[in-house]
Design a protein around this ligand. Structure first.
Ligand code: C2E
Ligand code: MG
Ligand code: MG
Length: 731
């Protein structure tokens, strides 16, 4: 039975249910007796359910014409009289010229027949003499050749089917959603069966006992049914077959065509697909459909795996939000479309790492999750919220949806961590998506620049990215790399500025100040490079170096007998935040056999950003060692008075800006207030930037205890300092 795709197999068509029209048999012979026998034996003959169509040619030229015209020839009966010197021209034309590989060739020859080598080369099925081609024998010969032809065609069709099934697998795996996958199953099945794309895919809860289910995807005349319950659909052949496939868990073929394939069970859901197709009769056809189904089941399973992989690659399970990779992909897709009115905001939890260090990682994890929940509640549907860094969240949406100020306010009420309210603040950097296409990563970078700037200068607030920030960020990056080189090449050194008791003029201390001289002799001001070092975290090792060197100088001066009471070292917030800071200080003192009271640490009001508990415990521990603490540049920061009262401090340093004002009329107020404040709190007060005797006197008069400034001495390198100490110029 010629059920499968006999030649010509349509490209891409795999299983064809249509039966072959007829068997085309060509007789090429110069002998009329052979033609007569063929007519008698083959004309009107029906073999395997299809009629034999006899074609005849009496010369090679005629035969070539027929061959060109009739491509799906099943058998060629070829008379070759000249054997053993057969002219293989026509056979070569058929096999090589026309590439008819499946057509069976039966030679009619009265001689011994060609050599085996030739038979194999041209795939000759049989050799017969005229006597052997009497009608009855001829029928048997042709029937055998047709069988062989059908098998070759079937094998070829199966090979193509499998190829198509493999291809369909690739196409199916590429689908990113279940819906798309379901739609693609219909498309691929229709392609495999070579039928129009007309069908539907259903799934139903495996525990359901009724014939229920839901249409997940539909195509062709079923297209409108997607999303509907199977039960709600009018009873049609398609619905019945689908229901049967789902209930029986197997493929169902309709009597009048149509097939419902059962696609297996996953995650408690049975799935089946129906396509409109003519009835498949052959076992091979059905077997191939089974292969298709098995492949689909595997794919469904693999898709599940893929989804889970995708999930873990693009999802942050800790906070239950998409992760950075996902965020950047979405920003990219959005930005490449040139989205209008879109904003990308990055929100960072202020001092998260300090909280994490002090309160422990478990606390940190819960705090993160709590903030993530707050943010998720604060954004309207449609906004993409993701975790893009350890304590940084990203939001992408329209300018109406994502309002940075509103997001900052979502933590105005303390967040609950293990039922305990915890006060957090967020800082935001944002960028408006340009109307021209741009890469997502670049936009995230821009927003990060704005965020870092906001962290530095506008904590707890929001900052929009501006072009020049990018340039500044690049400058800073350049300066940072130069600074690293300078450190490696030992171009950094310390200078020391003396501090005196303003009343007795006694030398009380030295402040160590960092200097950077470039290769060409330029001095880079610390106000420029210290912030860069702070920003990058480089200040931690750099500060350690400063501390060690200042301690070494102090030890040297003690040994020389010219040391003042204390050595003051500036300390940045990043250093204090470092959990190892206290130990670093202790080790530096021990390394140079110094006592705690030999060292003063100058902190600034920006330490207010540290969690109070961390700050208080660190400062108390330092003071317990005898180390004194001064608050530097007082009045320029934003600390509150309550802060001053609470922190364990020894000294206030009046910023040189206020000291300078002393020379102006009415300029004394702030310096005076700070002095009084310090005295009231029982703190020592030191004035910076004393540049003349009058300022000195004014400070003495207002009760300021100590001072430093060019009027006393400039910051000096070690050698100059030792000279100065031997003969300190009195004011
Ligand atoms: P600061 O701690 O307030 O240091 C005092 C600054 O005032 C020094 O500037 C000093 O040279 C300058 N100065 C001293 N006397 C006078 C004066 O009579 N008139 C004027 N106009 N200025 C005077 P410098 O050395 O440029 O340092 C600037 C800032 O850089 C320091 O301010 C400090 O905040 C930071 N810094 C310097 N070295 C270090 C360091 O080792 N670590 C850290 N974290 N910061 C440092
Ligand atoms: Mg200082
Ligand atoms: Mg200062």
């Amino acid at each position: 039975m010629p059920g499968l795709a006999c030649a010509p197999a349509r490209p891409g068509a795999i299983l064809t249910a249509a039966a072959a029209r007829d068997w085309r048999v060509l007789v090429v012979d110069g002998d009329e007796e052979v033609h007569a026998a063929a007519q008698a034996g083959l004309q009107g003959l029906v073999l395997f359910g299809a009629p034999v169509l006899l074609l005849q040619a009496r010369s090679e030229a005629e035969a070539r014409a027929v061959l060109r015209r009739e491509r799906d020839l099943a058998v060629v009966l070829l008379g070759v009289d000249a054997a053993p010197h057969t002219d293989w021209g026509l056979v070569e034309f058929l096999r090589e010229g026309l590439a008819l590989q499946h057509t069976r060739i039966v030679l009619r020859t009265e001689h011994a027949g060609p050599a085996l080598e030739q038979l194999l080369r041209y795939d000759i099925a049989d050799c017969r003499s005229k006597a052997e081609l009497a009608p009855a024998r001829l029928q048997a010969t042709v029937a055998a050749a047709l069988r062989a032809y059908e098998q070759l065609c079937n094998t070829e069709a199966s090979r193509r089917s499998l190829e198509r099934i493999v291809q369909s697998g690739t196409a199916l795996l590429e689908q990113t959603s279940l819906q798309a996958f379901a739609g693609a199953v219909i498309t691929q099945l229709a392609a495999v069966l070579d039928v129009p794309e007309e069908g539907m895919l259903c799934w139903r809860d495996a525990s359901a006992t009724d014939g229920g289910g839901q249409v997940l995807a539909a195509a062709g005349r079923f297209a409108g049914l997607a999303g509907q319950a199977l039960q709600a659909l009018p009873a049609s052949r398609a619905v019945q077959l689908l229901r049967r496939a789902l209930v029986q868990g197997g493929n169902c073929h309709g009597e009048q065509g149509g097939v419902a394939l059962y696609l297996g069970r996953r995650d408690g859901q049975d799935m089946a697909v129906y396509v409109q197709a003519p009835r498949l009769r052959s076992r091979a056809d059905r077997q191939l459909l089974d292969v298709f189904c098995t492949n689909l089941r595997t794919l469904r399973h693999n898709r599940g795996l893929l989804e889970r992989l995708h999930q873990s690659a693009y999802f942050d399970a800790q906070v239950g939000l998409p992760n950075r990779a996902h965020f950047i992909e979405k920003v990219d897709a959005c930005a490449r479309r040139g989205a209008r009115n879109h904003i990308l905001a990055l929100l960072d939890i202020d001092d998260f790492s300090a909280a994490n260090d002090v309160m422990g990682h478990r606390f940190g994890d819960r705090l993160l999750a709590a903030v993530a929940r707050r943010l998720a509640e604060a954004v309207p549907p449609g906004v993409l919220l993701a975790r893009v860094g350890p304590d940084t969240f990203g939001a992408l949406g329209t300018t109406e949806q994502v309002v940075p100020q509103r997001l900052l306010e979502c933590v105005r009420q303390p967040v609950l961590v293990d039922g305990v309210p915890h006060k957090v603040t967020l800082t935001c950097g944002h960028v408006l998506l340009p109307q021209v296409a741009q890469a997502g990563v670049d936009l995230v970078k821009d927003a990060t620049i704005a965020l870092k700037r906001a962290k530095r200068d506008h904590r707890g607030q929001d900052l929009r990215y501006a072009e020049q920030m990018g340039a500044e960020a690049r400058d800073r990056a350049l300066l940072l790399s130069e600074l690293r080189t300078a450190i490696d090449e030992a171009r950094l050194y310390l200078v020391y500025q003396p501090q005196r008791d303003l009343r007795t003029q006694a030398l009380v201390g030295l402040e160590a100040l960092l200097r950077w001289r470039t290769e060409d002799g330029r001095l880079v001001p610390p106000d420029r490079f210290i912030p860069v070092a702070e920003h990058s975290g480089l200040i931690v090792p750099l500060g350690q170096w400063v501390l060690a060197n200042a301690c070494a100088t102090m030890r040297e001066m003690l040994d020389l007998g010219c040391a003042p009471r204390r050595m003051a070292v500036n300390v940045s917030v990043a250093q204090l935040r470092d959990p190892g800071f206290f130990e670093t200080v202790r080790a530096a003192l021990a390394a140079h056999a110094l006592q705690g009271h030999h060292l003063e640490l100058e902190i600034t009001e920006s330490v207010a950003v540290l969690p109070t508990q961390l700050l208080e415990s660190t400062l108390s521990a330092l003071r317990a060692e005898g180390i004194t603490i001064a608050i530097d540049d007082f009045g320029t920061g934003y600390s509150s008075l309550s802060y001053l009262e609470r922190l364990p401090l020894d000294r206030i340093k009046i910023d040189r800006g206020f000291v300078r004002q002393l020379r102006e009329a009415q300029g004394a107020r702030i310096a005076e207030t700070v002095t009084q404040l310090g005295r009231k709190l029982g703190l020592q007060v030191l004035a910076e930037g004393i540049e003349d005797a009058a300022t000195w006197q004014a400070l003495v008069d207002m009760g300021c205890h100590e001072g430093q400034g060019f009027h006393i001495a400039p910051p000096m390198e070690r050698d100059a300092l030792l000279n100065w100490l031997r003969a300190p110029a009195l004011v």
